[in-house]
Design a protein around this ligand. Structure first.
Ligand code: NCD
Length: 304
């Protein structure tokens, strides 16, 4: 299995996912070569904030014996602040590294960069576009916890700007047994291009604002935060902030064997006092990010 650029969930088929998840499970058990990527250098260029994605990619590379160079606040601290174009930046960084992990504020940035870069490009989030590696770890976590595919997956919150669910829902179309329910205020519902994609794939999905009703039937409740940085005016953001939250009261209505997920960071979507509930698996989910990214890096260098 050899991956080159990773910019969208639509690049993956089911058999590739099976291989990536098998590799991820092996790595998670500790079964991997610590020198696999010795002599390889990964550059992380992040034009938007990140904790988990950047650090888990960097940790993944280091655990496989590779090295890391990084600019964590590229908008401010890279030469972009001097007016350098992304194209020039990439041209330089690719001469210092063997793979580039890019987070950018513009939708489509990674795909565009991949069209001219000479080293593999991994999309670590492109504006309100996609976040395919997050969705891979989300899917891995779902299948790790649920041993069957006949599932109802509810994705909740800011589905217009939330890039993780854009990628996750695209992956879910590969599993026709899975029923998707999108729970969002109508102004923050999924974008039209995603709706068209889902329709073309013949996906089973519904859209609703009835959070209380969905909690009773979902097997997976995937919460997301309102993407504050995408709103021009604070008033509109405030209007939606806190609209859908999980707390001691409403988790009582959840199925006993349901799982609660979140790509993190959470703001107020999940009350910390339910962190100890066995259904809350978001920290475990974040941990899987390391293993998924190790598997992805290994396969990019054709080591799977
Ligand atoms: C997500 C992102 O950056 O899109 N975070 C992450 O990578 N885990 C989700 C978010 O910021 O809301």
């Amino acid at each position: 299995m050899k991956l080159k650029n990773i910019f969208s969930a639509t690049q993956f088929d089911k058999s590739t996912l099976v291989k990536i998840f098998a590799k991820t499970a092996e790595i998670k058990k500790g079964d991997f070569n610590k020198n696999l990527l010795k002599d390889k250098i990964m550059a992380t260029i992040f034009y938007e904030p990140s904790t988990r994605t950047r650090l888990s990619f960097e940790s993944a590379m280091l655990r496989l014996g590779g090295s890391v160079i990084s600019t964590e606040n590229a908008r401010q601290f890279s030469s972009a602040s001097k007016g350098e174009t992304l194209e020039d930046t990439i041209r330089i960084v690719q001469s210092y590294s063997d793979v580039i992990v890019l987070r950018h504020f513009e939708k489509g940035a990674s795909q565009l960069v991949a069209s001219y870069a000479t080293v593999p490009i991994i999309n670590a989030g492109d504006g309100d576009g996609e976040h395919p590696t997050q969705a891979l770890l989300d899917l891995f976590t779902i299948f790790e916890k649920k041993h069957q595919k006949k599932l109802t997956v509810a994705m909740v919150g800011d589905l217009k700007y939330g890039r993780t669910i854009h990628s996750l829902s695209k992956f879910l179309t590969l599993y026709p047994e899975i029923r998707m329910i999108f729970v969002a205020p109508s102004k923050l519902s999924i974008p039209d291009d995603l709706r068209i994609f889902l329709k073309n794939k013949g996906a089973k999905y519904e859209e609703t604002e009835d959070f209380a009703k969905i909690l009773k039937i979902a097997d997976v409740v995937y919460m997301t935060r309102i993407q504050k940085e995408r709103f021009n005016d604070h008033k509109t953001y405030k209007k939606y902030f806190g609209k859908f939250t999980l707390s001691n009261e409403n988790i009582n209505t959840l199925k006993r064997e349901a799982i609660i997920m979140h790509p993190l960071p959470r703001v107020n979507e999940i009350n910390p006092n339910i962190d100890k509930d066995p259904r809350s698996i978001y920290f475990e989910q974040a941990k899987n990010g390391l293993y998924i990214r190790m598997a992805l890096l290994a396969s990019i260098f054709d080591k799977v």
